[in-house]
Design a protein around this ligand. Structure first.
Ligand code: SF4
Ligand code: SF4
Length: 57
């Protein structure tokens, strides 16, 4: 399963997008979202998120 961002917990800081090696993260409606088609399940974004908004879904 791909990683997911919980929009309510996301501060839209962009750290996850900067860290993603697959360019799977983009901004949408004031939060970052993960494109499951591009996500390789590496877990890098989860480790980088200061808000613990990312989890494996
Ligand atoms: S798990 Fe890896 S590939 Fe998937 S969105 Fe996070 S950093 Fe990108
Ligand atoms: S690192 Fe966390 S808080 Fe920052 S944009 Fe990504 S999901 Fe949102």
């Amino acid at each position: 399963m791909a990683y997911q961002i919980k929009a309510d917990d996301c501060s839209n800081c962009g750290a996850c997008e900067d860290a993603c090696p697959c360019e799977a993260i983009s901004e949408k409606d004031g939060a970052r979202v993960i494109d499951a088609e591009k996500c390789s399940d590496c877990g890098t974004c989860e480790a980088e998120c200061p808000s613990e908004a990312i989890s494996q879904g």
